[in-house]
Design a binder for this molecule. Structure first.
Ligand code: HEM
Ligand SMILES: *[C@@H]1O[C@H](CO)[C@@H](O)[C@H](O)[C@H]1NC(C)=O
Length: 329
């Protein structure tokens, strides 16, 4: 009998120990095939964010909505065509998800520079990182080598993308289904330090008088509630939007956590991290991040790498799309 491949075992242990192991993805995947890929994506995200500061938030969210549905495979980018039923029509995406044109533009340039080489799924992962950096957030090395799906799932988008009126329990289950734990839930929720939400997404939170949030912050949350009510009427005005982080809407920082401690989380799904955590473990994370931005940044990076490797397709599976909106014919 052969002796066990000790070296392999040791390597596996080391990779797991590093905490940023992301399955079959690798750093420098395009080093030979498309050496300028990171520069091209970074430059174009920078331009897009200069033109429209909110685009940073939108690009980060795009990667999240990709990864939670069939994995990080760019299924979110597919338009209705042939057998494809676009995820863009799903409840959490419709009239909400944005940034598709920015990805198209990057893809167009990459197809000129290195045709048939860079996947749309990798572009999403890189753009999300660059978007965070553009607003003062942490940077990290993005593991690459994702391939693009040849399908989309409207049903999964409706099922697996979390709703803003979720209970904490529902959020925990939702993240568990993706192999993410409560630590990831807290850290990644910190993404709501930038960007905006529509009235439709937070109306229930501001008009429900028996919400946990009301009981938890009877007075403190009140001024904020009044302000939100003046922005978001009881009916109508669904698409009026307001910043998720009212303190520093344009920056990627830890103010999200300070906000939710003070009852100033915009979405119910933000506030429940503090108000519904009976065990106190999640709340402890929230307090730790509110006090220490570096700690939040470290956790955020670890969780982004984890999220970015959900059900990726690699090797010979899937394809490299020529146009991110359509599968190759
Ligand atoms: C924990 C569960 C989550 C829920 C329930 C949730 C829900 C939402 C909702 C309802 C909006 C506003 C959409 C609208 O009204 O048009 C939003 C915006 C946003 N979400 Fe989340 N989200 C969650 C987690 C995440 C995660 C994990 C990320 C990133 C890794 C993220 C990034 C963002 C960003 C950046 C925006 C602003 C987008 C923009 O301004 O275009 N969210 N989210
Ligand atoms: C969340 O909102 C949806 C759509 O408005 C509604 O159908 C659902 O009952 C709400 N869920 C909770 C837990 O309030």
């Amino acid at each position: 009998m052969n002796s066990p491949p000790i070296l392999l075992i040791v390597l596996i242990l080391i990779f797991h120990g590093l905490g940023s192991y992301s399955g079959p993805l690798v750093l420098d995947y395009y080093r030979e095939k498309c050496p300028l890929v990171e520069e091209i994506v970074a430059r174009n995200v920078e331009i897009a964010v200069l033109r429209d500061p909110r685009m940073a938030a939108s690009l980060l969210r795009l990667h999240f909505h990709d990864c939670f549905v069939l994995g990080c495979d760019a299924s979110v980018l597919l338009d209705n065509y042939g057998n494809i039923i676009s995820e863009k029509q799903a409840g959490p995406n419709i009239n909400s998800l944005r940034g598709f044109e920015v990805i198209d533009e990057i893809k167009y340039i990459l197809e000129e520079a290195c045709p048939y080489t860079v996947s749309c799924a990798d572009i999403l992962a890189l753009a999300a990182r660059d978007a965070v950096v553009s607003r003062g957030g942490p940077t990290w090395n993005v593991h690459l080598g994702r391939r693009d799906s040849i399908k989309a799932s409207l049903d999964d988008a409706n099922k697996y993308l979390p709703a803003p009126n979720s209970s904490l329990e529902a959020l925990i289950v939702n993240f568990q289904q993706q192999g993410l734990d409560t630590g990831d839930l807290v850290a990644l929720s910190g993404s709501h330090t930038m960007g905006k939400a529509r009235c439709l997404s937070f109306r229930q939170r501001i008009y429900d008088d028996n919400s946990e949030e009301q009981l938890y912050h009877p007075r403190r949350g009140n001024t904020y509630r009044q302000i939100l009510r003046s922005i978001c009427p009881k009916s109508g005005g669904d698409n009026v939007f307001t910043p998720l982080d009212s303190l520093t809407p344009a920056r990627f920082d830890n103010h999200y956590f300070i906000n939710i401690i003070q009852g100033r989380g915009l979405l119910q799904s933000d506030n429940v991290l503090v108000t519904e955590d009976d065990e106190g473990e999640i709340r402890e994370h929230v307090w730790a991040y509110a006090k220490n931005q570096d700690l939040f940044f470290d956790s955020f990076v670890g969780s982004m790498i984890k999220m970015g490797s959900i059900n990726v397709i690699t090797g010979e599976e899937g394809e490299i799309r020529r146009n991110c909106r359509y599968v190759n014919t």
